[in-house]
Design a protein around this ligand. Structure first.
Ligand code: UP5
Ligand code: MG
Length: 190
């Protein structure tokens, strides 16, 4: 029901750190609604949207789409969902994203997961994914890593200072990593 305040978990980590893969397992086990900001942008890009070409150019360069566009897509999904527990994957990517979102929602996330993965492992995963993503090439990947470090790490540090950050070692098999994620959700009473 709409009157229940949303429970929001942000899922952060570098490009190819395994956010999407782990979110699928969290959904299976803990019944959240998964919203990948990147997936929402890619879907908007191929729809007839006025933002289509801007999103394409931005993703190709590994840069960040303006907050108002991404937030609009996320809010649309939250409002049309009958779930009130949301995993927001790959957002906020910058302090500007974070501040804009928290202002609109009027609340902070309950917790923030951070998948910590070495760069060389992320590069290896992204370049071997082979799903036709326009940003899965070495040139764009270099930029995605730079943008992650410069703009997303400050968000991660912000939530660490607030005591909301759960850092997960993102190296290992999918199941090994999920065994670090599971207790975080088991301990959180929502
Ligand atoms: N894989 C997963 N786990 C593995 C493991 N434990 N061992 C070995 N392999 C593993 O995984 C990546 C690949 O690795 C897959 O092939 C997987 O099978 C394998 P995945 O789960 O997809 O990782 P994820 O972290 O989700 O990687 P993704 O590439 O989606 O991360 P990005 O953050 O780069 O991509 P996103 O889709 O979030 O954003 C794309 C672009 O959209 C951004 O660069 C930006 O331009 C734009 N964007 C915005 O502008 N604003 C936003 O808010 C969001 C996105
Ligand atoms: Mg993803």
């Amino acid at each position: 029901p709409k009157h229940v305040p949303p429970i929001i978990t942000f899922v952060l980590g570098g490009p190819g750190s395994g956010k999407g893969t782990q979110c699928a397992k969290i959904v299976e086990n803990f019944g959240f609604k998964h919203l990948s900001a990147g997936d929402l942008l890619r879907r908007e890009m191929v729809s007839d949207s006025e933002y289509g070409s801007m999103i394409l150019d931005t993703i190709k360069q590994g840069r960040i789409v303006p907050s108002e566009v991404t937030i609009k897509l996320i809010l649309r999904e939250m409002e049309s969902s009958d779930n009130h527990k949301f995993l927001i994957d790959g957002f906020p990517r910058s302090e500007e994203n974070r501040i804009a979102f928290e202002k609109i929602i009027g609340a902070e996330p309950h917790m923030v997961l951070f998948f910590d993965c070495p760069e060389e492992e992320m590069v290896k995963r992204v370049l071997s994914r082979n799903q036709g993503r326009i940003d899965d090439n070495l040139d764009t990947m270099k930029n995605r890593l730079k943008v992650f470090e410069a703009l997303n790490l400050p968000v991660i540090n912000y939530y660490a200072r607030k005591g909301k950050l759960y850092k997960i070692n993102a190296v290992g098999t999918v199941d090994e990593i999920f065994e670090q994620v599971r207790p975080v959700f088991e301990a959180c009473q929502v």
